[in-house]
Design a binder for this molecule. Structure first.
Ligand code: FES
Ligand code: FES
Length: 83
């Protein structure tokens, strides 16, 4: 059975980013450094890994906090459909 990601929060983490920043978004939801990976996925044996992206431009990014976005690592509004 595959690991069901945890839901750190049902809204995005909106943060400033700089063009060229490389970020590892936490897909498992267990990181204590949300929205980014802190290695918990490995320590807790989730079988998951982070999504690594390079920011294409400077500005605000809405990182998915519910871990259910179809456009992860970015928020696509799916959090609004969660109970
Ligand atoms: Fe969640 Fe690494 S801690 S993907
Ligand atoms: Fe996950 Fe918006 S926070 S889709």
């Amino acid at each position: 059975m595959s690991f069901e990601p945890a839901i750190p929060q049902k809204q995005p983490y909106v943060l400033d980013a700089q063009e060229g920043d490389k970020k590892a978004w936490c897909a498992c939801g267990l990181s204590e450094s949300q929205p980014f990976c802190d290695g918990s996925h490995s320590r807790q044996g989730t079988g998951m890994s982070p999504k690594v992206v390079v920011c294409e431009k400077s500005g605000k990014i809405a990182w998915c906090g519910c871990k259910r976005s179809a456009n992860a690592p970015f928020c696509d509004g799916t959090h609004k459909t969660l109970d």
